[in-house]
Write a protein that binds this ligand. Sequence first.
Ligand code: SF4
Ligand code: SF4
Length: 70
Amino acid sequence: MAKGKVLFREDRCKGCGLCILACSKKMIELSGRLNNQGYNVAHVQTSDGCTGCAMCAEMCPDVVIEVFKE
Ligand code: SF4
Ligand code: SF4
């Protein structure tokens, strides 16, 4: 199965949670960490199980997420 790796530019995240809803693999969650704008930023605990489908990146209105296929 295809594998992916996701990177978050945390300083741009608004904590809206749209990427969480977009991921069918339930890889993404809010981290509890605040960025320099005071938003609770999204992250992935581990990329294990990520397919690289890039739905999260497509959904993010703030272009926070970059997906790499492995
Ligand atoms: S690339 Fe797909 S599987 Fe991986 S975190 Fe984003 S939505 Fe989830
Ligand atoms: S969709 Fe983008 S801005 Fe919203 S929580 Fe996810 S990464 Fe952050």
